[in-house]
Design a protein around this ligand. Sequence first.
Ligand SMILES: *Cc1c(COP(=O)(O)O)cnc(C)c1O
Length: 701
Amino acid sequence: MQTRRLERLLATPPALRRTPQDTDPAAWSGRLRDVVERLARIDREPTTLTAAPAAESGGLWRQEITFRSPGRGPFAATLLAPPGDAPRPTVLVCGGRNAGLGKLTGAERPDHPDRNVAELLSHEGLTTLTLSYGVDGGLSTPGRAGRDEASLLAHAFAVTGRSLLGALTSDALGALEAIRSHPRVDGQRLAVFGHSLGAAVALHTALLAPRPLPLCTASHLGSYAVLYARLLTGHEGAVLPGILEYADLPDLYGAAGPAPLHVQYGTADPYLEADDAKAAAALIETSRAGYGEPAEIRELPMGHGSHVPKAARFLTRALSRPPVPPAGLPAQRLSFDAEERRAVLDRVDSALATGVLSQGPHTGDFEELTRTWTGTPGAAVSSGAAALEIALRIIDVRGRTVLVPVNTFFATAAAVVRAGGDVRFVDIELDGLGLDPGDLRTALDTHPDTAAVVPVHIGGLVSPALDDTLRLCRERGVPVVEDAAHAFGSRLGDRPAGAFGRFGAFSFFATKPATSGEGGLLTAPDDEDLERVRRWRDHGKSAHGSTLHDRPGSNWRISELHAAVGTVDVLRFADTLRDRQAAAVRYDELLGDLPGLRVQPVPGTCTSNYYKYLAHLDDPRRRTPLRRALRQRHGVSLAGEVYGELLCDHPYFADRTPHKAAGEFPRARWFADHHIALPLYPSLTPAEQARIADALRAELP
Ligand SMILES: *Cc1c(COP(=O)(O)O)cnc(C)c1O
């Protein structure tokens, strides 16, 4: 019997059940939510709405709404609001499978006493939004043969690796985001209610919403093993395929914290077992330990229904609290959505399945894809530092001078030291933060032994002064190695960063504009140079596959696993760049007239990837107190400077480079002292940017 196998599978405890070791409930809940998002395969697509003229009926304000999302197309909803124009706390009402919009909102006669939930809740002073699921009437195939449409749909979605529940949750999340700015809706006070199938939708919506939402459910409690396998309840579409490997229904309820939770179940509900529901209730309590507020789990003398007055009391109370203060805004936020994570996992899976974990197809793909953005062929390496060092070793800077801007990351100059060169620092110019042409000419004249010059594209700016660097170096036959660690995707005119010098070194460290976790790329227009890079990165082998070594190379290879991550990040890089540039335009508008602060302009011929959004304070002494005030009073963290200390002042170089007279490098010093970098990442929202601008306005003179 296959039921034996099924029983065995159902008896396996879920991997992510909260244990006493999980002392941080938020971290545990975050892990579970990530899995739910992956399994639900949510379409995070923009949902728009159009609203029909509103009408008063039965003492409520009623409006038919059409939402529209690219995945589903148009779908209907009804908004009910109590009298009065003011925005109200709003509940998303997810009814049971057999409850249509009309019945839930009271437009049609209810077939059960509790059916018109939305109408009843709105009479209690709450705005309600009720969505049509669209699980009835779409299927007209002969194969349907009188069978239930929701279950057929649930099976059909499975073929695509999707689920009906994921689809319904996608709709709900999109609709909730779109309704937040409706005049009758208080977008800061939202909650979800669900009954039966709708309870599953409500639960998953609460789990995946960007902010915690109070959750109230009815008639959906127990373990999946009992609900599905023992009772065969016809809860089709109310579960995510694969979820039980990680979590059971009570675990999901637990993870919906820290928002308030109210769960109702009936002792006469034929679709659940009272003992199983009780055990589930106990598990919910355990998994919510530490949230500061117990779940309300109510066993009621009812069938497969809901107790609306209790639900209304809970929702009104939960929504009357002050809105949860917004979380702190970090300096960096690297995120891969569930689809992107899935894409990485597929690639990692193929690497593990074939056993090729280094120097395989993913490295090749990564090199090929990055070329779209560098315009120059490149070899992937283990880090940006490795890329720089390999370039300098190929040029062979041993015993000779290498000119480096005094304003850069330590790795630029440290690579010179490791490659055996003598570092000499050059001042920067302030228009594009490149090497100052006058200072560079002097340095080249003073050091006729210069073996290489390493311009750095600070913050993603490719300075127009790079043309001067290239000209001065060409005149003297000195090779240029671009440190393009900040500049993946940036351009000067129509030439991409990394395409100017003999070599272009990129970093794919986790904080850089594109990342493989750890990784780097060294571009070189010359085929022979590129072949040299491949030899150096692989322990200095004299030829591919050779066991003979003819140079002191090292292990500077990238692993296939890192290349898999990098490939996915580069595949989405057009979106990354678009989002970063859009965020920069919004900052330009928000910060243009801020007193005490001046935005660093991007030179007209430069297209920046906005690795950093830079601005200058009129008074550099304000930087440290400003940083502290923004964090403590506004929860806003500034990004790291690029850079706050000149390299010549770091202990390592202070002792090694010839002693610098005070007043040297005046421009770099001015920049290092005055600038700040604002948080900027693809997921930064316009509202978050407005919050940052408000915080700056409040804290600057
Ligand atoms: C990050 C960085 C590097 C080094 O890159 P890693 O991948 O961390 O080795 C080199 N130069 C600059 C300017 C950087 O910002």
